[in-house]
Write a protein of this length. Structure first.
Ligand code: GRF
Length: 198
């Protein structure tokens, strides 16, 4: 059986991309990274992809000032690489309507906290973990969800629990949650590649 082709969008670090790529190389994974698209030409995720001979594209407001043209370019790059599923992994931008339509119900995002409680516009980076700590919940953890037209509102596919410790700071919590992201995201993609439709 041929591999499921997954396109990944990144903005900065790309640790989830690396986890996905490592997982794709394990026996029985049945998926491969078809293309990595970054909106930031300096993204470590793009550098990682280039170093691993994965096709890359830098597509952003700098390369395409018109949002519709950018949306078209992202859609076209994904299609050109025969992408079947899309993962936004630390991608700080919203995907445009044409890309969303092309990959309807086949776009996953990873968010570093339970949704919908700790999501929405402005909830990214350490702010998410600060909100978790301020709420006093005892358990947090990453969420994998389908992407729709809004921030963090699509159907939840998987969540993983990470306990909040008494001496946690937003930084220590973020680091533990990120480790859990590196487990749950590849797991979901492996399951989809194995034929389980979320
Ligand atoms: C992760 O915490 C993810 O949940 C959020 O952005 C961060 C990206 O990390 N959407 P990385 O770029 O994959 O290292």
């Amino acid at each position: 059986m041929r591999n499921l082709r997954v396109g990944v969008l990144v903005s900065h670090n790309g640790s989830n991309l690396r986890a996905l790529h490592r997982s794709s190389l394990e026996p029985g994974a049945r998926f491969e990274i078809a293309v990595v698209i970054g909106n930031n030409s300096e993204a470590a995720g793009l550098a990682y992809a280039r170093a691993n001979r994965i096709p890359t594209r830098h597509l952003s407001g700098a390369t395409h000032p018109d949002p519709d043209a950018l949306d078209d370019a992202i859609r076209a790059a994904l299609v050109e690489h025969a992408t079947e599923w899309v993962v936004t992994a630390g991608y700080m931008k919203k995907l445009g309507p044409r890309t969303r339509r092309q990959f309807d119900s086949r776009i996953l995002n990873i968010h570093p906290a339970p949704l919908p409680r700790f999501g929405g516009i402005g909830m990214f980076g350490l702010r998410v973990h600060e909100a978790v700590l301020a709420s006093g919940v005892g358990v947090t953890g990453p969420t994998v969800h389908l992407v729709d037209g809004d921030y963090d509102t699509g159907r939840v596919i998987a969540q993983r629990e990470v306990p909040v410790l008494a001496d946690d700071t937003a930084q220590t919590l973020a680091a533990r949650v990120l480790e859990a992201e590196h487990v749950v995201l590849p797991l979901v993609v492996r399951q989809i590649a194995a034929g389980r439709r979320p």
